[in-house]
Design a protein around this ligand. Sequence first.
Ligand code: UD1
Length: 418
Amino acid sequence: MDRFRVVGGARLAGTVRVSGAKNSALKLMAASLLAVGKSKITNLPAIADVEYMAELLTRLGCKIEIDAKAGEVSIDVPKTLGHRADYDLVRKLRASINVLGPLITRVGQAEVALPGGDAIGSRGLDFHINGLTDMGAEIKLEHGFIVANAKNGLSGLTITLEFPSVGATENIMTAATLAKGITSIENAAREPDLVDLGEFLISMGAKISGLGSHTIKIEGVSELKPATHATLPDRIVTGTWAFAAAMTKGDITIENGRADHLELPLDKLVEAGAVVTTTENGFRVKIDKRPLAVDVATLPYPGFPTDLQPMVITLNSIAEGTSVVTENVFEGRFMFVNELLRLGAKIQVDGHHAAITGIEQLSAAPVVATDIRAGAGLVLAALVSDGITIIEDSFHIDRGYPDFPAQLQSLGADVTRV
Ligand code: UD1
């Protein structure tokens, strides 16, 4: 069993470097299926999920070469592709769902296992399925699989999403690149990761406009060509470091951190008393007093990211004052609050609101990481606890944070794998 051992009390100071975004890299890899030939994705994060996606693409017939040292993967996509994503991989890697759009549009069929439950709540796929059906795919749910057929190709139209879902926008956008005519996605997601994917598709020859806005327009082309693309820096890992600095009365310079992708979270840290300054290649977060509590509501980008919700609840747990954090994206995300309560935090959850009364210090205890971001939040909580905290199931954290213990050590924390 993987565990992290965290000795509380350190003030984090120094420089960390952020690598490519998990939420972008996996989707770029899946999108490479759209073109025959060798695409290359660089600035990859060193996380297990990249290997799972590589395994999925291999099973579909691609030849994959990963250069872990350089942080690059080359994906050689054959003319004739498979069309099935099995449950054993999909359950480990939710981003497997991102092969759906590329397979339907390029192969004319796809069978992708349903991902099932998730520790952060139910994550629907109806917007993906409805959008692709409107474009002409026949989709059934059979024996735990999404079974899709589009033998006569897909056709563009206007699709209005009920909610700006990142995954649904991605699957519809990738499918639309090779569809007939123009697809317009209204109420589209605006996340930087999605813009990154759109830019990769454009470099492959796709005709896309409106990336980063509420309306994305895609004019279908007859084929795409392979391309090379550098993954954008991970905004959630960047935000995690910013919160780590603010909570530990620290001073962290985040190299490759894109402050422009984190406007609201950084505004909240300034409200909490931190000083944020830009540096040549990123930004710096510094604070020399106990942070002030901040109210936050999670929302799709550019709102406060749901992936940083555990970090802000943890900050508020040791901040001066009371606060309310509202979760609007994933209903199950407060599960990790139970672990924080074990560390002595004073939090009351009512529906999708958490009311938090800050205390000076948390109190070390064994806790369990239930997902990537909850796990990272618990590491931060352990850093501001008195004593030694053991975090069980730390493999979740490794899925999103390349070499987290080593990076924390380099900033002066005492964090080890046991
Ligand atoms: C979400 C986050 C994304 C984050 C990622 C990884 C949002 C809006 N999206 O993306 O920023 O990087 O998790 O943690 O914050 N939904 C449906 N039906 C669908 C699709 C979605 O009901 O077909 C619902 C989901 O249950 C959820 C919400 O819409 O409540 C957002 O889902 P979506 O953006 O698709 O999730 P991810 O793509 O996983």
